[in-house]
Ligand binder design. Sequence first.
Ligand code: NAP
Length: 278
Amino acid sequence: MEIGFLGLGIMGKAMSMNLLKHGFKVTVWNRTLSKCDELVEHGASIAETPSAVINKCRFTIGMLSDPVAALSVSEGKGYIDMSTVDAETSSKISEAITSKGGVFLESPVSGSKKPAEDGQLVILAAGDKALYEEIIPAFDVLGKKSFYLGHVGNGAKMKLVVNMIMGSMMNAFSEGLELAGKSELDPSTLLDVLSLGAIANPMFAGKGPAMLQSNYSPAFPLKHQQKDMRLALALGDENSVSMPIAAASNEAFKKARGMGLGDLDFSAVFEAVKSRKH
Ligand code: NAP
């Protein structure tokens, strides 16, 4: 099976590498072309424009940073957008593709750099059902589970709800670490206590020790988490859902961006929490 891949950032690079390792033929494009080199060393072909990829491949996957980037490259054939965007952007991409005779599936993912490398993503697909069924062999390599959620927009919304919860949890976690430290408790003991109770989760266990070392090597860039909070809050506006916790969390991510932390991991919001005047 031949697959085109647009966008070789943290996620796209890991995902396209996985497809190559499992015997798929992959043609890649990235805005910064030099990021294709490592994939080419592992057997990928390279194309100089998104349309060259789409012309060559029956299926093309996009994994781009935000709505603007995702819209700018979408055209034609079987297009699977795995970026995190809002439902409106996804519908615009869908219209652009179907008006040219193509078929479209939105398929944002839950899971970060490591699950992408390990083929353990959770795929939230919606749109053309026949395309979903055709692309399942690739989804089986990229993820541990894929959901088909119905019409275009449902995958995007599900992803935004998940990331809104995650962003709010990261803020509560950061405030807890700060509260423990300022209360003369050892924050690493707090991590042990949390790990044994009902709110234990892989995010606290995975990110907590690094946060205590101020190590924010990016798995999920903070600027993208803030984009997802913004898009989730807009979904709340649309549906008259009041979300004061998400709104406050968004402010903390914005503050962190303002502190120049946007390219670090989203757990760097801890620095914004620590910088508050108590
Ligand atoms: P990333 O490392 O920042 O990569 C972003 C990609 O988008 C790069 O290939 C970049 O190209 C490209 N891009 C940005 N602006 C563009 C434009 N205007 N035109 C064309 N290409 C453009 O991001 P990532 O972490 O891989 O995330 C990609 C998407 O997956 C985002 O929507 C993110 O929210 C979502 N996501 C991320 C994670 C995660 O944990 N990292 C998890 C789930 C979902 P250049 O290389 O040229 O800059």
